[in-house]
Design a protein around this ligand. Structure first.
Ligand code: GLU
Length: 507
């Protein structure tokens, strides 16, 4: 029952259970933990709460590390980085909990319960049938093992339960909501038959042992807090401050769940091509107002550091807000445009590699070309996943261009003449034999545009919108592509002419 001096002016923790794909709430809590810890020169701790052995999932812990690191929400102490309170995985701390259980038993605040699961189920069903509050009926209170064994519904392996007093204080002060009246708890199990503590005991013991000063968790835990406060009192420990965060809600105002919404999974955001900067910004806005500028205006776009600097519990909105993915798309666009080109290109790379458009480790030439293409699409996409179809034509062999049906739909009776005139005009531009982009060449977007306008728009009298559709189709195979003249510049004269001629030959 350590009272050692631990580092950090304040100490906050996130305590996810590794029961599957990490929940977006884990990132949400971590952000508020970390913001306050950073602001106060404190520490942020990651603890893995793996006492529910039935729900464990093998790769979940690594996914928690990966996704939080991806978001830049890094911890000062945790199972993988160690720290003064190691181990940080509850399954490795079983010995820590035992003396606390002994103390509670000795003080009369806890008792053994030998009721079999069958008896407990029957009891609960009966309570529900009678419309009574459900909760343990205290059959085992005050009984020795022998006394209890004489009664029906006995099980060899007891659990340990808290003995909740009838006059329990169920209200407490919360950093966000102020005074909260929580519901009356029943005699909660604190130690299971397998020797593992339940959440209630483990969370109190670990928050104490790890010197946690502020517990930040979702409002769904409000009903647990009076039980935890009792445990602190019985054990003679100082409780931390509590901040119960507003729940993340879906567009129908329901608490989001991994079962109902794919975006309750943290990995979903990365797969969908959102930037960590945008997700962090978005999550902050779920529970926190925009930044108020000195001139009275509000700013919704902010970095985590700006958020942490200004963070104040009093400003957290206890009602929370609803998830609006359109808002996230908008923020993502804003953050994407903030990236310098090299950074933007490198963020695109995993998505392009996954589609086989580029190798995971491209050559310098491929990277240089990717940067040029990235510049064309940076303002045109909302998510990184949208890049692949726009980028693909720049990394295909000229003979690999397949004309999409909707792109072919842009062709009409004038298209052969348009293509012929364009091929002739572009063929006359001098690229100094480079075939590819070169700064001293005349082959650049403005000469290309001028040549095409002169030959097709002026020469043939075809409207620009009609004229350039077939050319776009020819060079990209797509109806929608990055700007045409810049695309031709990047592709180079040779590829552009080969592609246009290939389309022409099919008409
Ligand atoms: N293990 C709990 C969870 O998965 C932690 C709750 C708390 O922060 O106290 O959410």
């Amino acid at each position: 029952m350590s009272e050692k001096k631990l580092p950090g002016a304040v100490r906050l923790r996130v305590a996810p259970s590794p029961t599957g794909d990490p929940h977006v709430g884990t990132a949400y809590m971590s952000m508020f933990d970390l913001a306050f810890a950073r602001q106060r020169g404190g520490r942020f701790i990651l603890r893995i709460e793996d006492t529910d052995r039935a729900r464990l999932q093998a790769d979940s812990e690594d996914q928690i590390y990966d996704t939080l690191r991806w978001l830049g929400l890094t911890w000062d102490e945790g199972p993988d980085v160690g720290g003064p309170c190691a181990p940080y995985r509850q399954s490795e701390r079983l010995e820590t909990y035992r003396p606390y259980v002994e103390r509670l038993l000795a003080g009369g605040h806890a008792y053994h319960c030998w009721c079999s699961p069958e008896r407990l189920t029957a009891m609960r069903e009966e309570q529900q049938r009678r419309k009574q509050p459900t909760g343990y009926d205290r059959l085992c209170v005050g009984k020795t093992r022998e006394e209890r064994a004489a009664l029906p519904g006995f099980s060899e392996h007891p659990v340990v339960r808290m003995r909740i007093p009838d006059d329990v204080q169920t209200s407490f002060v919360d950093l966000i909501a102020g005074r909260i009246d929580a519901p009356m708890p029943d005699d909660q199990v604190i130690l299971k038959t397998d020797g593992f503590p339940t959440y209630h005991l483990a969370v109190v013991v670990d928050d104490h042992e790890m010197g946690i000063t502020h517990v930040v968790r979702g409002q769904e835990w409000i009903s647990s807090t009076p039980k935890h406060l009792l445990l602190y009192r019985w054990l003679g420990l100082t409780p931390p401050a509590f901040a119960h965060m507003p729940l993340l809600r879906d567009e129908k105002k329901a608490k989001i769940s991994k079962r109902k919404s794919p975006w309750a999974r943290l990995t979903w955001f990365r797969e969908q091509g959102y930037l960590p900067e945008a997700l962090v910004n978005f999550l902050a806005l779920q529970g926190y107002p925009p930044i108020l500028e000195a001139d009275g205006s509000e700013r919704e776009v902010f970095t985590f550091d700006e958020f942490a600097e200004r963070f104040d519990w009093a400003k957290v909105n206890p009602a929370g807000s609803m998830f609006n993915l359109d808002k996230l798309d908008w923020l993502n666009g804003v953050w994407m445009r903030e990236l310098d080109l090299g950074d933007f290109a490198s963020r695109l790379l995993p998505f392009l590699a996954a589609e086989g458009i580029l190798p995971p480790n491209p050559s310098l030439g491929e990277l240089a070309r990717l940067k040029l293409v990235a510049e064309l699409i940076q303002t045109r996409i909302a998510k990184l996943t949208e890049a692949a179809p726009l980028v693909a034509p720049f990394f295909m062999g000229d003979d690999m261009i397949v004309i999409a049906d909707d792109a072919r739909g842009q062709l009409d009776a004038q298209s052969p003449a348009v293509l012929d005139a364009a091929i002739k005009a572009l063929g006359d531009i001098d690229d100094h034999g480079r075939g590819v982009l070169a700064s001293e060449s005349d082959w650049n977007a403005s000469t290309i545009e001028a040549a095409l306008r002169a030959a097709v728009v002026d020469g043939l009298g075809v409207k620009a919108r009609v004229a350039f559709g077939p050319l776009r189709t020819g060079v990209s195979g797509q109806r929608i592509s990055p700007p045409l003249f810049e695309s031709m510049e990047i592709l180079g004269k040779t590829s552009t002419l080969i592609r246009l001629a290939a389309l022409r030959s099919t008409l």
